[in-house]
Design a protein around this ligand. Structure first.
Ligand code: PBG
Length: 323
């Protein structure tokens, strides 16, 4: 049966009709807000390439997290900017590291908010790569030992979920066994399983001060041309014990989100990364687009592709609109 009997516009006539037949929902329950913590007191430096986002000292971070919690956002993901960097990124696994201090303060002062911590070395190494350098390249297996130490130290400090973003082979297994041996069997791992080499990380690297000093990350992050490979990455992470798998970035990789959700049926997170955020903000600032509508359309599209969870710098703005 077709036109004139079938008229698709019949169910689009008004908002209540549209509400009844809407297939995808976006809720504050789906959102995670990324935050950057730095040393000092009363520090709140706006990140130029990411309007409305800041590097914050622990005291300011606590204030921010109270606001985030009161907006109903279930959790934050924390990135650290250390006091000093070195060759092996030792502050990453120090119990007095910046993220560890922040996690302890947040656990003490902010209840009812999940603290997810990013597990990686690029913010902590003097060369800006995601692990230990040997012969000009990141040494996978040496890095695994340090990632396991970092994970354990974050768990000890009170992190609720650990999120490895380094893309070393075997990191989920290495972290899981280190956690389990020390009594942290209950701490979930959200793995950045399909993390692509991407120009969309540009503003983040300003924010986290993590631009690599030589070369790039193509020898460990995924090639944007590959999709089957993402499924293999996800499968391996699940076998090693990942509880949630992530696709990153989100917008240029909606097909990957879709395939991962369909193939595995596990909780899938998508990272709506810094460049995706900044492009919208810049275009809105120039008066070229309606940034608010664009934000909601983007977040909805990520959900429609199959993501259960969205990590996004839009989390606060979206939560306010969804209220
Ligand atoms: C690496 C990490 C990166 C992001 C999150 N974790 C960047 C990178 O690989 O350079 C990017 C997030 C964003 O762009 O918003 N620790």
């Amino acid at each position: 049966m077709g036109f004139p009997v079938v008229r698709m516009r019949r169910l689009r006539q008004n908002e209540n009709l549209r509400r009844l037949v809407r297939e995808t929902t976006l809720s504050v329950d789906d959102l995670i807000y990324p935050l950057f913590v730095c040393p000092g007191k009363s520090v709140k430096n706006e990140i130029k390439s990411m309007p409305g986002n800041y590097q914050m000292s622990v005291d300011k971070l606590v204030e921010e997290c109270l606001e985030v919690r009161d907006l109903g956002i279930p959790g934050i993901i924390l990135f650290g900017i250390p006091e000093k960097k070195d060759e092996i990124g030792s502050e990453a696994y120090s119990d007095d590291g910046i993220v560890q201090k922040a996690a302890r303060a947040l656990k003490e002062k902010v209840d009812n908010l999940l603290i997810i911590t990013d597990i990686c070395f690029c913010e902590y190494t003097s060369h800006g790569h995601c692990g230990v350098i040997k012969d000009g390249a990141v040494d996978n297996d040496e890095t695994l030992k340090l990632l396991a130490k970092q994970a354990l130290s974050h768990a000890k400090a009170g992190a609720d979920i650990l999120a490895p973003s380094d893309m070393m082979d075997g990191r989920v297994g290495a972290m899981r066994s280190a956690l389990d041996k020390s009594g942290y069997t209950h701490v979930p791992i959200m793995a950045y399983s399909a993390k692509y080499t991407s120009a969309f990380y540009g503003p983040f690297r300003d924010a986290a001060e993590s631009v690599p000093k030589f070369g790039d990350r193509r020898a460990y992050q995924m090639d944007p041309a590959n999709a089957d490979e993402a499924l293999k990455e996800v499968k391996l992470d699940l076998e090693e014990g990942a509880d949630i798998v992530m696709v990153k970035p989100a917008l240029s990789y909606l097909d990957i989100i879709y395939r991962v959700k369909n193939e595995f049926g596990v909780p899938v997170a998508a990272y709506n990364v810094s460049g995706e955020f900044s492009c919208v903000k810049a275009a809105h600032g120039n008066g070229w687009v309606d940034g608010e509508r664009m934000m909601m359309e983007i977040l909805l599209s990520i959900r429609r592709a199959g993501a259960d969870i969205i990590l996004t710098y839009f989390a606060k703005d979206a939560a306010k609109l969804l209220k």
